[in-house]
Design a protein around this ligand. Structure first.
Ligand SMILES: [Zn+2]
Length: 396
């Protein structure tokens, strides 16, 4: 197999900006204006603060907390240790603030279900780990080589050895965004002889989205993410998907098994996995998978505790909200009642505890994107201008 590594220039891969978060040493930010304070207060009244379900899900199954800060993501957000939901900073949208608290709470190795673990909080992305016959399969090795290596080294301290070692028996890339493959060199070394599995058109999609328009997107992403702002309540608060991306080298060990059929069963070191391609929603190349042995559905990045951009300011390809909602409807029909757990590439898992939790989660996620599509088209057909559609949707 080809074990060569493609070193990717950060500037050409703009999926996520990687600037130095502390580059403006003396930046203090401006205090919130009266208008902002009023708007944030009004917004806070509509949020269900008493619902702590997402925090309970985030803390569930903790095996061990991350030691120190191997990937230095959390230490960039010292203010979170003092933050609490009863004292909202008036410069931050309350929902974003809550999301930041939620992401800061994810910090360690978690048992998702028997045979399935996740490292969360070591990067913007979750690393998922499956037990296979002779070791462990890694799903999404994070964004950077150093973060991927640190997360796996940390996990090994708490996972039982198999045949006297912690062998990596397979690697899965969920989709063509770099926070899901960039840490590949940190977990795949020269001795690796297993499958590296990727969705249909994986390499083409990385090249098309991140390189052809890469320079423009990289520049625009600086504005979208405000990457040179400091991490304060008047600067960067959170990245929604996670606190922030790790910093370091983004690598890509090429895959050696591509899922080209619409869906395909693959035996990865004794573990039967059903891969289902669901392209052109969150990413141009993406697959989800179902593992009957663990009754575990991995939805890749089609779901997380939030709502994705359909059109990103940085200029990534526009996502198809209609097909996205249809994918989530399909997953609900096929797996919601059978699955014991739905886990994802960002945010905590959702467990079926007897109240249809997974069906409800998929319904809400599905309707996010269906609503955006349906109302946008309804208003467009009524002659509402593009500039006014957003305002009209907010009123609904
Ligand atoms: Zn991602």
């Amino acid at each position: 197999m080809n074990k060569s590594v493609l070193a990717i220039a950060i500037g050409l891969v703009p999926h996520m900006a990687l600037a130095d978060y502390n580059s403006i040493d003396n930046y203090q930010g401006k205090p919130a204006t009266d208008h902002t304070i009023e708007a944030n207060k009004a917004f806070a009244k509509h949020l269900p603060w008493e619902d702590k379900t997402a925090f309970e899900r985030t803390n569930r199954g903790l095996v061990a907390e991350l030691e120190g800060d191997a990937t230095s993501v959390r230490t960039r957000f010292p203010h979170y240790s003092e933050m609490n939901l009863d004292e909202l900073p008036n410069s931050v949208n309350p929902s974003l603030y809550r999301q930041g608290m939620l992401n800061y709470a994810a910090n360690g190795l978690y048992e998702v279900t028997e045979g399935v673990w996740q490292v969360r909080g070591a990067d913007i992305t979750n690393m998922t780990i499956y037990r296979s016959d002779n070791g462990y399969i890694i799903h999404d090795p994070l964004l950077t080589e150093s973060a991927g290596r640190a997360a796996w080294e940390f996990a090994k301290k708490h996972l039982p050895k198999v045949n006297g070692e912690h062998k990596i028996t397979g690697v899965i890339y969920s989709h063509s965004h770099q926070d899901h493959f960039g840490g590949s060199r940190g977990v795949i070394d020269e001795s690796f002889d297993g499958l590296i599995i990727a969705p249909d058109k994986f390499m083409e999609s990385i090249a098309a989205e991140a390189m052809v328009g890469g320079n423009a997107m990289s520049r625009r992403s600086q504005y979208q993410y405000g990457t040179t702002l400091p991490t304060t309540t008047k600067g960067i608060v959170d990245n929604a998907l996670g606190l922030a991306p790790s910093q370091g080298d983004v690598t890509l060990v090429p895959h050696n098994k591509e899922i080209n059929e619409r869906e395909e069963w693959v035996n990865v070191d004794g573990l039967e996995i059903l891969f289902i391609n669901m392209p052109d929603a969150e990413a141009p190349s993406e697959h989800v998978h179902w593992i009957p042995k663990y009754k575990a559905l991995h939805t890749a990045e089609l779901t997380y505790d939030g709502q994705h951009n359909i059109y990103t300011f940085r200029g990534a390809k526009t996502r198809d909200a209609l097909i996205w909602s249809k994918y989530l409807h399909e997953l609900k029909l096929r797996f919601a009642s059978e699955a014991a757990v739905l886990h994802q590439a960002h945010s905590a898992p959702v467990w079926n505890d007897g109240n249809g939790e997974i069906a409800e989660y998929l319904t809400l996620q599905r309707d996010n994107y269906g609503f955006l599509h349906n109302q946008t088209m309804r208003l467009a057909n009524q002659g509402v201008t593009v500039n006014d559609i957003g305002r009209e949707i907010e009123k609904i």
